[in-house]
Design a protein around this ligand. Structure first.
Ligand code: FES
Ligand code: FE
Length: 325
């Protein structure tokens, strides 16, 4: 079932990692829509994964001379979506104008392929760490979650759970209280003040200390936190972006950025993040209601939930329907 959500169809939605699209076309399901991604010399392209001739999945075909070739009767589509070759037609017959694939917006950024299902995409959010000198970026995901995207995103913005769900890793039992903070909104987006969190080993040196979290809401399904050590100025940030697979399932991806030496390989960083994510997963998959209540009276919020409240208000303003109530 195609997810009918105009606000989200207008967004850039992560489809897969850049490395996932090589010489062969790839099928991805984005918001219930089967999409084919393929690469040619000009870059990466996305079409509805459907041949207008007999409904074959174009992703089962191949890329030849920069064109996407249908696996069934060999029709060839150029990047604009126009069909430029129909092998069954005698050479003097023109290709019908209706012979087209349906193109979607598609771009590569920050190690990922992003699609826009409405060709009405907003400006891309900026991730300064990604190109900044002195930063190392690690691509994380995919991780599939049986929950709707807003619950997954809100979990990421939730500072109160760190010392509970991730006790021993991202928090300790003796430091569970969260100091007050505010959420600020300007032309650069929505961000919190720095929030102190006491962690057992925030940077891999084995020393427990306070680190300071800043949460940012960049887009409805893309958020970020930066965790800073005030003594060393070590900074690590995680960008989380969620793809709605269909009405009920989410696929999470991330970019982890570090401005210091972690002494960990990309694989080790990924397995640590997978382990942390696995702690959140059963919580998020069992939250009720599945739809995030945008009426702030429906659940009971604390002051430390200000980031989540700002997120709910933002979804409400944008008119996001998927996973909200
Ligand atoms: Fe694609 Fe026939 S179904 S060419
Ligand atoms: Fe968590």
């Amino acid at each position: 079932m195609i997810v009918q959500d105009t606000a989200l169809r207008n967004e850039w939605i992560v489809a897969c990692r850049s490395v996932d699209v090589q010489d062969r076309p790839l099928q991805v399901t984005v918001m219930g829509e089967r999409v084919v991604l393929f690469r040619n010399e000009e870059g990466i392209h996305a079409f509805k994964d459907l041949c207008i001739h007999r409904g074959a999945a174009l992703s089962l075909g191949c890329v030849r001379d920069g064109k996407l070739v249908c696996p069934y009767h060999g029709w060839e589509y150029e990047a604009s979506g126009a069909c430029v070759k129909i092998p069954q037609l005698p050479s003097h017959q023109a290709i019908p104008g209706k012979a087209r694939a349906i193109p979607f917006g598609c771009t590569e950024r920050y190690g990922f392929v992003w699609v826009n299902l409405n060709s009405n995409a907003p400006d891309f959010f900026s991730l300064p760490e990604f190109d900044a000198p002195g930063y190392r970026n690690v691509i994380w995901g995919p991780q599939t979650v049986n929950a709707k995207p807003p619950r997954v995103v809100e979990n990421f913005l939730d500072v109160g759970h760190l010392a509970v769900v991730h006790v021993g890793y991202l928090g300790v039992e003796t430091h569970m209280a969260i100091g007050d903070y505010h959420v600020h909104r300007d032309e650069n987006g929505i961000r919190t003040d720095e929030i102190a969190v006491f962690q057992p080993d925030p940077d891999g040196t084995g020393q427990a200390k306070h680190v300071y979290y800043t949460y940012e809401i960049l887009r409805p399904l893309t958020v970020k936190f930066t965790k800073r050590d005030r003594e060393t100025n070590n900074e690590m940030s995680i960008l989380l972006t969620v793809m709605p697979l269909d009405e009920n399932q989410s696929v999470a991806y991330g970019v982890l950025s570090f401005n210091y030496e972690t002494n960990m390989t990309d694989e080790e960083i990924n397995s640590f993040q997978d382990m942390i994510f696995a702690q959140d997963k059963p919580i998020v998959e069992n939250q009720k209601p599945e739809d995030l209540p945008l009426d702030l009276q429906v659940e009971l919020s604390l002051k430390c939930d200000r980031a989540s409240i700002a997120y709910r208000q933002y979804l409400n303003e944008l008119g996001v329907k998927l996973g909200t109530a």
